[in-house]
Ligand binder design. Sequence first.
Ligand code: COA
Length: 163
Amino acid sequence: MPDPLIRPATEADIPAVREIAELAWTPIYHEFRRRLGDELFDLTRPRGVKAKPDEVERLFREHPDCMLVTELEGRVVAFATFFVVDRAAGIGEIGNNAVHPDFQGRGLGRAQYERIFEELRRLGCHYVRVSTGLDDSHAPARRAYEAVGFDRELPTITYYREL
Ligand SMILES: CC(C)(COP(=O)(O)OP(=O)(O)OC[C@H]1O[C@@H](n2cnc3c(N)ncnc32)[C@H](O)[C@@H]1OP(=O)(O)O)[C@@H](O)C(=O)NCCC(=O)NCCS
């Protein structure tokens, strides 16, 4: 595999980032639809598979310095967002991140997390957190986070019921 280049995102990367987000979240949204049912899924994500691309684009517009992309031979194949969430406590966060499905399992996710650790250390952080799902569609994400050293956890669950 050619050497990946991880660099700050620019406006020109947004179409590729949107496409990666849509493809990477398709299995996750499939699982959400199965668990929530069509009505609740459609109520909570009226834009369907565009929900994550929209969210990621909005994040970039609000925090343009907090997105990285990974290029392979000039093609953007992954992205990741990060934030300082508690400056006083020195805690940073990895936000939405994904690798294009055709390029998953090649170490690009890990490389982005390690780059974010460097960026957050440079910004004065001593800890980093990340939140993810406990459902099957998030198993790759959980494995990838554990593989880069996330070793303490606070499990949570989101319940819904009809009224
Ligand atoms: C999570 C994600 C970004 C990981 O990216 P990736 O480039 O495929 O991961 P890497 O190749 O760097 O693998 C990192 C580690 O996770 C493990 N891993 C990744 N995907 C895995 C899978 N499907 N099954 C088992 N292990 C997996 C790898 O074995 C590796 O561990 P190792 O270094 O000990 O061998 C990617 O799966 C993805 O885009 N998922 C969909 C979107 C998503 O869930 N984003 C996170 C939301 S919280």
